[in-house]
Each structure stands twice: as structure tokens, then as C-alpha cells.
Design a protein around this ligand. Sequence first.
Ligand SMILES: Cc1ncc(COP(=O)(O)O)c(C=O)c1O
Length: 374
Amino acid sequence: MPQETVKNKSAGNSLPQPKTGVLDIAPYVAGKSKAKSGVTVIKLSSNESPLGASPKAAKSFTDSADSLHRYPDGSAATLRESISKVHGLPADRLICGSGSDELIGLLIHAYAGAGDEVLYSEHGFLMYKIYAQGCGATPVTAPEKNLRGNVDALLAAVTPRTKIVFVANPNNPTGTYLTKSEMKRLHDGLPSSVILAIDGAYAEYPRLDDYSDGRELVAASENAVMLRTFSKIYGLSALRLGWAYAPAHMIDVLNRIRSPFNVSTPAMNAGIAAVEDTAFTEKARMFNDQWLPWLTTELTSLGLKVYPSIANFILVEFPKGKHSSANANTYMMERGLIPREVMNYGLPDCLRITIGLEEHNRAVVKTLADFLKS
Ligand SMILES: Cc1ncc(COP(=O)(O)O)c(C=O)c1O
């Protein structure tokens, strides 16, 4: 409901009013997890890892039961050390959060407010918009070409009010990416006072020489930050764990405004085991290497348009009419397969489908083949 309506409704009485922008927020809609009752559910709507968490991470989580009465280490020092060791990044330039969502929110909260702009790509991750609106800042989008982020369009949209530019790389829900040199060009073109936030929620999956998670830009500048999550390849979505690598002055700012115990002990312990279990991570990556191209090829040969993804999901475009994305969604849901509708990303003809286990991927192909014949 637009804010004005609420104001009018409350005229004459003293209802508390949220800050400007809050009531303009369309709440985030999570991927569905329930299909028709009686059918086996295959959830492919939230880009979770089909292999689940590393058994070592699960054990660390359950072992944490002994210390539930103790507050966590608010600085997440041991987890930061583990991330530092595995990723070769300085531990004092890392910050952990309750999911990378929290870190996106903290960044916007710290650097943008009323009158400021938060810029992102046309089909970028929705939380950038939601947190910007929540802080009274103005979300601004730059147009894409063929569902790919466009450096020139992003740079053209920068104004003196721009505080942060978010680029999910690879992007959700399109699965497309900016190359390392495109990202550098974007960074080079930004004023030094504007933050480039490179959201690498899916950064573990790509294997391309021209792809980078952006760490080199963070290392060499004072206005780039890289965000990462344990929710995708590490299979720890339920624990809410993410981290950021940023210049020291930004780490200092984020530490000032985060809640003192923002990451729970079970999440930290599981995260340590997960990031150190590099063999398990590689297994999950290799699994995706096999099934991402398989699903892409199979659905393409059914005549559907599949956007080239380098993440753990694909974006599939359906024709208008009888075989529309809405009808495909219903058809899949009736058979227990749950894709993600993406009309709120401005993609009404598409469905996003997470790479699942072999039998899930085969079920997607069979179901969509039947749907297209129906
Ligand atoms: C691009 C992107 N960024 C951030 C997130 C948030 O991840 P989390 O808060 O689970 O770490 C997601 C989750 O879907 C995502 O797709």
C-alpha cells in the first residue's frame, strides 16, 4: 500500500508511522516449499545445494549443543581465521553476518539514507531494492541487454547521489555475469566515493578464466566490497551465514552498526567445518559442472530458451499462450516440482529452476517435455 494511503487512513488518530519508503516495500517472497498435497516435493525454488551440507559441518553444528547457554564470539574470530586460511584473505578485513542478506542491509544502512541512491542492474537481486527503501534511499536500476548487466548503462546511471552500486556476479535470477575486465571497467568508472558491492553468492560455481569474484578490486582499492554466503554451495541456508571482504575503513563502519552477536555459535562452528572441507565443496562444484550444462542442453532441445548460466540454477523463458511460464509453473507444481516465478524481477515469461539431484533434473526435463506436448 503506498505510504500516502496509510497516512490518510491514520489522519485524526495517532498511529505510529514508519519512515518514508518503508510502506512502499513489496515484501520479499521466498521460494515456495510446498506443492500440491499428496505429491513428493522437489524444491528447486531457492538455489539451495542438492547435496546438502558437508557431514563435517553438520557434526560441528550438533556438537555446538553443549554451549547453547554461552553467547557467541561476537567478532567471529575463528570463523574469519578459517575463511582467511582457505581464501587467502586477511582476517582483519573480513566481517561475518547472519546471511549475506544482513551484510547487504548493513552496507546500505551505513552508507545510504534519504536523498541517496542505491544502484543495481535491471534484473538484480531484490534485496538491494528492499534494503534501500527501508533506509529511505532511492533504488535505481540500469537497463540490461539480453539479461546481462551492462557496464555503460550502470555508469550512465551514476549521479552525485549514488552511494552504492550492487552487482551480483553471477546474477540471480538471470545466471549471467560480468567478466573480470567488465567489472574492472565499472569500478574504474565510479567516483572513489561510490562503493562497488560485488555480491558473490554464487561465486564458487564458475570455472571461467574471464570470471573473478572481485577480490582483486577489493585488495587494490578503498571502495570495493565482496559479499559471500554459506547458503548456496555450502548447503547451510538454514543457519544464516555470510561474510564480506572489504577495506579496513568499511569493516570498521560495519562493525559499529551490526548487532553484537549477529552470528550464532552453531552457525559459526558449522561454517568453519564447511569452509575447511574443501573436498566437499569441490564435489558440490563438480556436481553442478555436470548437471548445469545437461539441464541447459535438454531444455534447449525441447525448444525452450535457456539463458546461459554460470551459477547453480537456470532461467528458462516460455512462449506466451498455452505454454506460458504461468501454465508451466502450475503444471510443475501439480507434479511436485517447485520452480521459482520471477515476475517480481521483471521477468514474467521466465521460471528459475535450481539444479537438483540427477533424478530431480530428469524429472524437470520429463515434466516440461510432457507439458509442451499437452
Ligand atoms: C545474489 C544473492 N545475494 C544474496 C543472497 C542472500 O543469501 P543469504 O542471505 O542466504 O546469504 C542471495 C540468496 O538467494 C542471492 O541470490
